[in-house]
Design a protein around this ligand. Sequence first.
Ligand code: PMP
Length: 371
Amino acid sequence: MSFPPIRPELAGIEPYGAPQLSTDAAPVQLNVNENPYGPSPACIADIATAVAEAAATLNRYPDREFVELRTALAAYLSRDVGAGQRPIVAEQVWAANGSNEVMLQLLQAFGGPGRRAISFAPTYSMYPEYARDSMTGWVAGRRESDFSLDLDVARETVLRERPSVVLLPSPNNPTGTALPPEAVAVLCEATASVDGLVVVDEAYGEFRRAGVPSAVELLPRYRNLVVTRTMSKAFAGAGLRLGYLAADPAVCDAIRVVRLPYHLSAVTQATALAALRHAPELLGRVDELRAERDELVDWLREQGLEVADSDANFVLFGRYADRHAVWQGLLDAGVLIRETGPDGWLRVSVGTPTETKAFKAALVEVNGERA
Ligand code: PMP
């Protein structure tokens, strides 16, 4: 008898997670696509007041339907609806502790034994874990060498595999690739024909380049479309744990069946509401980070490296015969990035100008040593 009596398919599996090193070991942390800017003093003060008010109510369970927060998130998402379209309403919005939890709930409600979820690799490494944990079959379709989707291949994959959920990150992690609206449209139609949902994961949506629309614009056209977002990146709230989605109200109602009661604490709800009140200021920082990202892409290309176009707050670059040695060389210089993605590539998050400068200096040194 082995102990503990874990499900056989989980035996020996390491928990997911990037190395978390102290700032002593790695002063420049560019490995998990966090926003390098903390909230402003005004935002911190507003959060502190809101949390103090919530603390006075902690003997009671929080609002299970988090109506005030759903309403505020709907108003925020309505910035991205197309011209002449109706604003998003609270009934179309759902939220949980990070978009990771939102997507797990989606698979708990719409996946399950005998059903399949698919995405197109290389892509976010948590997707197969949501599938495993919800006992949903997992299929990885493929991307082209520039990390885009060949729409004929993608459509055929959907028609062949008949998934109940298609996970489409846009921008994709770790490549930074955003999907054009035509791709989302083609996949919504193909997936509707097999009675499935398409989840466009816009965790990095606010970082997309000018002219790249959000899939929120397509919600009125496709009933089977779900768009997920997070406050972890653009809202500088990775520690807050608040992810959310917009979809048909029937999708939200189905998730309410599988969610744990009171899953969003009163403190989380109060903090998220306070942070949303500071959206204009936080999104100003996003604009700075987008400019910093574009500049970093250009600089990496000038170094003779291959760089994937990025609509996110990180950049995938390479290729190296021994990427681990480059990663280690950067870490030895105090710069922590991520060894992820296809062989030979590395991913760096966009930091402050000072952090980017440190990264560039370390990379020049490491590349020089390896030339
Ligand atoms: N989707 C993608 C593509 C991500 O990269 C991440 C986080 N790295 C998430 C979702 C989940 O983020 P969170 O749970 O913090 O909202």
